[in-house]
Design a binder for this molecule. Structure first.
Ligand code: B12
Length: 134
């Protein structure tokens, strides 16, 4: 009668290392900064997110480790972090410019329907920060 709980406990222990390995793996991504409005060549940086981590975490990590990448954001009361500037270039209402967030995968490019505080990158994605006009 008592064998079943013991067996399931042993099974769980067998599965545990696999789960821990998966969750401690980092997710490598590239961040590509594009600004054709100012005729600048695209620049690519490599960084990573932790397991199921948000893009904002990867951008902070990149800024801390690479002096060629800087960004600022403002806090929107409803939607959270809004990417304000990248490498000293800020979007503004007068010129109707902003930093658009795009994601490139082998099967194509898309525009996430959330910002940097909510987007969870997958391995090997290219995150494109594109200075754009609305
Ligand atoms: C207009 C608009 C924009 C304009 C805002 C500029 C302007 N001055 O008009 C621009 C083009 C800049 C924009 C950009 C983005 N947007 Co927008 N935007 C809207 C829209 C259509 C209306 C907002 C509005 O004017 N509300 C009325 C005013 C009076 O209220 P407000 O609180 O002052 O509005 C401000 C905020 O909404 C803020 N804002 C707009 N978009 C976003 C996105 C994020 C992540 C944040 C933090 C703030 C923010 O800018 C507005 C003006 O200051 C809404 C959808 C809707 N119908 O509400 C989407 C919406 C808010 N945007 C959205 C998104 C996803 C984005 C982008 C991330 C898209 C992208 N992939 O690039 C980017 C932001 C990138 C960044 N730099 O961080 C989502 C947010 C969902 C979420 N939970 O995160 C919405 C809800 C649309 C959707 N897909 O469902 N957006």
């Amino acid at each position: 009668m008592k064998k079943l709980p013991l067996l399931s406990a042993a099974f769980m222990l067998l599965l545990l290392p696999e789960t821990l390995t998966q969750e401690s793996k980092v997710t490598p991504i590239d961040v590509v900064v594009e600004n054709s409005i100012h005729n600048l060549a695209p620049v690519t940086f490599s960084t990573h997110v932790v397991y199921r981590g948000i893009l904002l975490g990867a951008l902070r990590r990149l800024m801390a480790s690479n002096s060629d990448f800087k960004f600022t954001y403002t806090e929107d009361p409803n939607y959270g972090p809004f990417l304000e500037s990248v490498n000293g270039v800020a979007g503004n209402s007068k010129d109707q410019t902003y930093w658009q967030l795009l994601v490139k995968r082998p099967d194509g490019e898309f525009r996430p329907d959330v910002g940097i505080g909510c987007y969870i990158p997958s391995a090997n994605e290219k995150i494109i920060l594109r200075f754009s006009k609305w």
